[in-house]
Design a protein around this ligand. Structure first.
Ligand SMILES: *[C@@H]1O[C@H](CO)[C@@H](O)[C@H](O)[C@H]1NC(C)=O
Ligand SMILES: *[C@@H]1O[C@H](CO)[C@@H](O)[C@H](O)[C@H]1NC(C)=O
Ligand SMILES: *[C@@H]1O[C@H](CO)[C@@H](O)[C@H](O)[C@H]1NC(C)=O
Ligand SMILES: *[C@@H]1O[C@H](CO)[C@@H](O)[C@H](O)[C@H]1NC(C)=O
Length: 230
């Protein structure tokens, strides 16, 4: 009887360990936060192209502001920050489907499925995780997300995605305030400058007139400001 209980204990303990030690793909994944994976991101031939060759095989979740889902339609050339974008050729699973096998296509110029890569996908109720492997070459990268990045030279608080894109250092609010403050300061300055000048001018003029009355010295007259009535 003791032996039986001991055996049961061992079995229960082993099962617990199994459950605890088995990695759940919905919590044990690598986060990838590369915003250039967006299908809206156009990699110019000048920019550094993304290349997933050498990517470690494993479960990934796309966490950037671009969005977390792989596109299921063929992206344009140079989309996703790379030359040959990789897209999911098949639908996303529901939670109850568990881990499903899917094919990823590599777009090569006009061929939307020039190469294929096997992946797995799981719906974690709110986000997806993808079991990815290294693509066969460069420049190939997995696409993820559909958000539109800010135009060149602008940034946004939304990780540089639309909306709210503006030139750095001049956020919308500051621009408006500056647009009001600068002309006001200008006017104040001009009033002070010309107003001050006018007072000075008037002062000198009266001084000159007084000097004419009190001591009409030609030396003083020489240094006086020329006036219209002279
Ligand atoms: C790429 O670089 C060339 C030469 O440096 C430049 O003339 C061209 O405007 C650049 N194109 C883009 C899209 O940045
Ligand atoms: C990126 O620009 C090239 C050349 O202008 C164009 O052929 C391509 O379709 C564009 N891709 C995206 C994702 O907008
Ligand atoms: C998914 O693919 C793996 C390896 O290619 C295979 O062993 C497995 O049976 C497949 N699963 C399903 C549900 O088709
Ligand atoms: C996951 O599956 C559920 C249904 O099981 C579906 O409503 C949902 O849209 C799917 N996607 C995500 C990201 O949760």
């Amino acid at each position: 009887m003791v032996r039986f209980y001991r055996a049961v204990c061992w079995v229960v303990a082993c099962c617990c360990l199994q459950v605890l030690c088995t990695a759940d793909t919905c919590t044990d994944y690598t986060a990838d936060d590369e915003p250039k994976r967006s299908v809206q991101y156009n990699a110019t031939t000048n920019s550094t192209l993304l290349c997933d060759r050498g990517l470690s095989t494993g479960w990934y979740r796309f966490t950037s502001a671009a969005g977390g889902e792989m596109p299921t339609t063929c992206p344009p050339n140079f989309a996703c920050g790379t030359r040959e974008p990789m897209w999911l050729n098949g639908g996303h699973p529901a939670v109850q489907d568990g881990e499903v096998n899917r094919t990823v296509c590599v777009r090569q110029s006009d061929d939307c499925c020039g190469l294929q890569v096997d992946i797995r996908v799981r719906n974690c109720s709110g986000f997806y995780v993808y079991y990815l492997t290294s693509p066969p070459g460069c420049d190939m990268a997995y696409c993820a997300g559909t958000e539109t990045p800010c135009p060149a030279g602008t940034t946004s608080s939304n990780s540089n995605f639309t909306p709210g894109c503006a030139r750095p250092n001049t956020p919308a609010g500051t621009t408006n305030t500056a647009a009001v403050i600068v002309p006001v300061l200008c006017i104040v300055f001009m009033l002070l400058f010309f107003g001050g000048g006018l007072i000075l001018y008037k002062g000198k003029r009266y001084g000159h007139e007084r000097s004419v009355h009190v001591s009409p010295s030609p030396v003083r007259r020489k240094y006086s400001v020329p006036t219209i009535d002279e």
